[in-house]
Structure formats: C-alpha cells, structure tokens
Ligand binder design. Structure first.
Ligand SMILES: C[S@@+](CC[C@H](N)C(=O)[O-])C[C@H]1O[C@@H](n2cnc3c(N)ncnc32)[C@H](O)[C@@H]1O
Length: 228
C-alpha cells in the first residue's frame, strides 16, 4: 500500500491486523502525555532532533513510531509547507495524536498512519527526512526496519534515530532478557553496533552522540545518517 501524503489530517490504517503487538503501547498511551514525563524524558530528545534538522527544506518528513504526536506537531510547526507523516503501531497512541490536534483547535495538519516500522506503507524514495525517537529499541527486526527506511528515503535524504542504547553488548543482552520477562524485549543496541547496522542498510552515518536528560537512563544515542 502507498500512503497518499497529499491528504492531510487523516489517519489511515497501513495494512495492519495488529492486536497483541500494540496492546502494551495502547495501554501506555493513556499516561504517555503526562507533563513531568514529557519534560524530563522525551522533550530533550525532540529538542535535539529539531535542532539537527532546522534550516533544511524538506517536502516530506516522516515521524516513525510517533506515539501521541508530541514531536510530530512540532515538525508541523517547524516545516509548515512540508507534508508531515506520523506512523505508529498503536491505535491508542494515534487516537491521542489526533485528539491533541483537535483539542488545540487547530485544523488537522499531520497525516497519521497505523503501521509496523518493519513494513512501512510508504512509497519508495518518498521521504526527505525520517525521524525516529524512543521507538527503534522496541522493533523486533531492526535490520528489516532499516531496509524499509532505505527504501522510503530518497537518495541524499536524512535519517535520525534516537534510541535507548546500552553501553556494551553485555548490557544489551541483560536489558533484552529482563525486559522480555516484563513482557516485551528492548533491543538497546550499543552505539557502534547501531552505526554498523545503519551502514549495512545503505546509509552513511554522519554523527552519533548521547542526549543528556533528567529522565530515564541509559541516555539515548542520536544517530544521524544520509541515505546513499
Ligand atoms: C516510547 S514511545 C515514543 C513515541 C514518540 N516517538 C516520542 O518520542 O514521544 C514508542 C512508540 O513506538 C511505537 N512502536 C513500537 N514498536 C513499533 C513498530 N514495530 N512499528 C511502529 N511503531 C512502533 C509504539 O507504539 C510507541 O508509540
């Protein structure tokens, strides 16, 4: 399926018959927008992303794993003439993203699509920039997600992933095992492994660094890359 990005303010259902996979996120969506959590944990990550892409002039920006649209709405403000697409697995998160735009009394401006990052319903070379904050570590098949991102980003387009990253492979394994016991594995790929994985998918990594914040540790790593 190809998302029609000419139509704003909509929520399309990618091609999903999602159920169990998104339940945790559907439940989490009810408390996700708490101001304390947003200010200490997610806002610093969004600030870092916006700072890195300011000054660019994209036609299409995709916010992958957009959650309740906290960053998506800021992308709309930052790039008023661009088409902004928020994609997420969770209907609960997307409902809140749409409601937030309506509650603010704004005309709906972003497109939202319910989709699995590993099978994105977007056309080849259709995106100038993809941002992905605090979402990549939840993906079961990260190389498949990167292959899909390589497909949808145009040559020369940008990819920015800010993701929880363990310091070592041992830390990654430990976190994956403990989070599996809690119901869903977190794949907190260390910085160097992340670089390798992104380069193997056909990108050139241009920068990597930790984002400091008061909220959850380990601090996420922001990896910036350009699609070959
Ligand atoms: C911690 S939230 C981050 C939301 C948002 N990016 C932010 O920075 O506030 C993680 C999001 O990733 C989404 N997600 C997890 N696995 C996904 C997948 N395979 N495909 C698409 N979205 C996914 C969840 O539904 C959730 O909304």
């Amino acid at each position: 399926m190809t998302l029609d990005t000419s139509c704003r303010g909509t929520w399309q259902d990618g091609h999903m018959s999602i159920s169990a996979d998104s339940i945790m996120f559907d439940l989490w969506s009810a408390s996700y927008d708490r101001p304390g959590l947003q200010q200490t944990t997610y806002r610093p990550v969004h600030d870092a992303i916006l700072e890195r892409i300011s000054g660019l002039d994209p036609a299409v920006v995709v916010d992958l794993g957009c959650g309740t649209g906290q960053l998506t709405r800021r992308l709309v403000d930052a790039f008023p003439s661009a088409t902004i697409v928020g994609a997420d697995l969770s209907a609960g998160m997307l409902e809140r993203a749409l409601a937030a735009e309506t509650d603010a009394g704004q005309p709906l401006v972003a497109n939202y699509t319910r989709a699995n990052a590993e099978r994105l319903p977007l056309a080849e070379a259709s995106a100038d920039i993809v941002v992905c904050t605090e979402s990549f570590h939840w993906y079961d098949d990260q190389p498949a997600a990167l292959a899909g991102l390589h497909r949808i980003i145009r040559p020369g387009g940008r990819l920015l992933i800010a993701s929880v990253a363990a310091l070592t492979g041992l830390g990654e394994d430990a976190l994956r095992q403990t989070s599996s016991l809690a119901g869903r594995p977190i794949r907190a790929v260390p910085k160097r492994k992340m670089k390798r994985m992104i380069e193997d998918a056909g990108f050139e990594v241009t920068d990597q660094g930790r984002i400091l914040r008061l909220g959850f540790v380990p601090w996420p790593v922001l990896t910036e890359a350009v699609r070959h």
